[in-house]
Design a protein around this ligand. Structure first.
Ligand SMILES: Nc1ncnc2c1ncn2[C@@H]1O[C@H](COP(=O)(O)OP(=O)(O)OP(=O)(O)O)[C@@H](O)[C@H]1O
Length: 557
């Protein structure tokens, strides 16, 4: 039994980690396949498991770490790419190489001969390793991993370079190994291969656990069979297939990918209509991972990390100024001088390079913080999050290097800024979801300003019609519940109904008969008590939602 908990590895500071909070089990009697694209972190995970690399997390082999096992080569067979194709010295013969390894493992030399037989290398046992094909190298490396008669196998891309017949042999070998009570953890990039080899498929996506599924569920939810067709008359065939109810999409220059109609039917249809085919083949493609449903409940279960936003004092400016990342004034420290743990909120403008330090990090929470969409309302009064973890500093990100446009000065009539909400990231946040919950998931609402409904041109009206107008974006930043209430649809609704919709229910607020005031144009401030600047009244007659600087008066008439 292999229990993997919270494996995390970052090769470079400031870059996303190669592996983040990977947690799953590989059970005896089963083949578990770790599936992922190139660079997903599969090899990194295996190297961390056998402590060839330093990182975070814990791997237990039957309850012990690799280091605690007295003779690991007798318990765990490891096949890891060495970075060069040869399984041994190119000048050495396969038999001699394996016998030498048998000596170091402490097993008799005849075990080497048996394994050469078992891995179908007996015929080339006395050939020099340098003459081997990639597939032969893989099999020789597998023979070396099996020398100590281990009960657990950790195999990184074991089928790479194998011929189809050897792949088949290898699949049968793994199955019999697992049936005899062994534990197998192998990696692959190919979903089809995972489906063929595994009892359980663990999917890695960019270093994160995306799914941990029994193979039946994996096949059902992640694999999508289709037929690839290629030929010179694909447009005509596509019409015919669509008429038959097939789903057809273009696949390359002269190809189609068809689902909903099987290969035989497609061939017959093409034949009946005199359509020449160059290729007609079944294949399986992988569906993208659906995070909310696929995320296992067991991942990211370690530790307690909470993240809360803190308001940063930002000098108020009339005109938004932008500073280059790293420029003077771009501070990456919290007001109390402590390093900022993670920034929630992003100013307008180019995204500054984000740096993460995940020492002592319970990475699932960090991921949620790092991957959550930035609540844009915070751009007006940048908020920063601090990770309160048992470890000293959990995650670190610099404060936005590009300061946000400062909001205009508040007036007495404006609702007070409430403390920014505490955000507890005790749950892993799926990709695309927000750690901040509902309000952050509706950035447009929080950033919105409603322009007044203008009188129709030529109506003789001077200036804007007093009517639905401004929702203070800064207020919304401080009161996300209000932001949630003010979805764009509701904001539009304000302009369409004679009765104003109260945007801040339960709060004292006098808006007169018309509700809200007209907005100042984006990027300009208005003198308190003065006339709105020219253009302020030329508003979108649909009462549409605009982004930009918000008026700072929203109540007193
Ligand atoms: N020694 C290293 N130094 C810096 N980055 C590394 C190092 N090893 C791996 N990485 C990075 O870590 C990420 C994961 O790499 P890894 O080799 O674990 O991926 P993989 O899933 O095994 O890919 P493949 O299927 O191509 O072998 C990649 O982005 C890779 O560039």
């Amino acid at each position: 039994m292999i229990q993997i908990t919270g494996l995390t590895k970052a090769y470079r500071r400031g870059r996303p980690p190669a592996l983040l909070d990977l947690t799953f089990d590989a059970r005896p009697g089963m083949v578990t396949v770790l599936l992922g694209d190139e660079g997903a972190g599969k090899s990194t995970a295996l190297r961390l498991m056998v402590e060839l690399e330093r990182g975070h997390g814990l791997t237990l082999f039957d309850g012990r770490t690799y280091r605690r096992i007295r003779r690991p080569e007798r318990e765990i067979g490891v096949l890891l790419p060495t970075g060069r194709p040869e399984a041994g010295h190119p000048g050495q013969r396969a038999r001699a190489h394996l016998r030498m390894l048998a000596g170091t493992v402490g097993v008799p030399a005849r075990r080497a001969d048996d394994l050469l037989e078992q891995t179908r290398l007996a015929a080339v046992a006395d050939h020099r390793i340098g003459t081997f094909s990639p597939g032969m190298h893989r099999r020789l490396a597998l023979a070396a991993a099996l020398l100590g008669t281990p009960s657990t196998l950790l195999l990184d891309a074991p089928t790479e370079g194998l011929s189809p017949s050897n792949e088949e042999w290898f699949g049968a070998f793994l199955r019999s190994f697992a049936l005899s009570g062994g534990t197998v953890l192998a990696t692959t990039r190919a979903p089809e291969e995972a489906a063929a080899l595994a009892d359980r498929v663990v999917t890695l996506d960019a270093g994160r656990l995306a799914a941990d599924q029994p193979v039946v569920e994996f096949r059902r939810t992640r694999l999508h069979p289709e037929v690839r067709v290629r030929g010179p008359q694909m447009a005509r065939l596509a019409d015919l297939l669509a008429a038959q109810g097939g789903q057809v999409r273009r696949d390359g220059g002269a190809g189609l990918a068809v689902s909903g109609i099987d290969r035989t039917e497609i061939g017959e249809l093409a034949y009946r209509n005199g359509i020449l085919l160059h290729e007609l083949a079944d294949r399986v493609v992988q569906r993208p991972v659906s995070y909310p449903s696929a995320l296992p409940t067991g991942s990211g279960r370690s530790g307690r990390v909470s993240i809360r936003t803190v308001r940063q004092e930002t000098p108020e400016r009339e005109t938004p100024e932008r500073e280059a990342p790293g420029a003077e004034g771009a501070d990456d420290r919290a007001p109390d001088g402590q390093p900022v743990a993670a920034t929630v909120g992003r100013p307008a403008g180019p995204e500054p390079e984000r740096q993460f330090d995940h020492r002592g990090l319970q990475a699932g929470r960090w991921a949620a913080a790092a991957l959550a969409p930035h609540p844009p309302a915070q751009a007006q009064s940048p908020a920063q999050a601090q990770v309160a973890a048992p470890a000293p500093v959990a995650a670190q990100a610099p404060a936005p290097a590009v300061p946000a446009p400062a909001p205009p000065a508040r007036t007495a009539a404006q609702p007070p800024v409430l403390p920014a909400p505490a955000v507890d990231l005790t749950r892993r946040t799926p990709r695309g979801a927000s750690a901040l919950g509902g309000p952050a998931a509706r950035p447009a609402a929080a950033r919105s300003t409603v322009r007044p409904t203008a009188r129709p041109t030529g109506s003789g009206a001077a200036g804007p019609e007093p009517g639905p107008g401004v929702v203070d974006a800064e207020h919304l930043a401080a009161n996300p519940t209000d932001a949630e209430l003010l979805t764009p649809a509701r904001i539009r609704g304000v302009g369409q109904h004679p009765a104003p919709v109260h945007p801040f229910p339960g709060r004292p607020w006098s808006a007169g008969s018309t509700g809200l005031r007209p907005a100042a144009p984006a990027g300009r401030s208005r003198e308190p008590g003065g006339e709105p600047p020219a253009g302020a009244g030329a508003a979108d007659p649909r009462g549409a939602v605009h982004s930009g600087a918000a008026d700072d008066e929203n109540g007193s008439e």
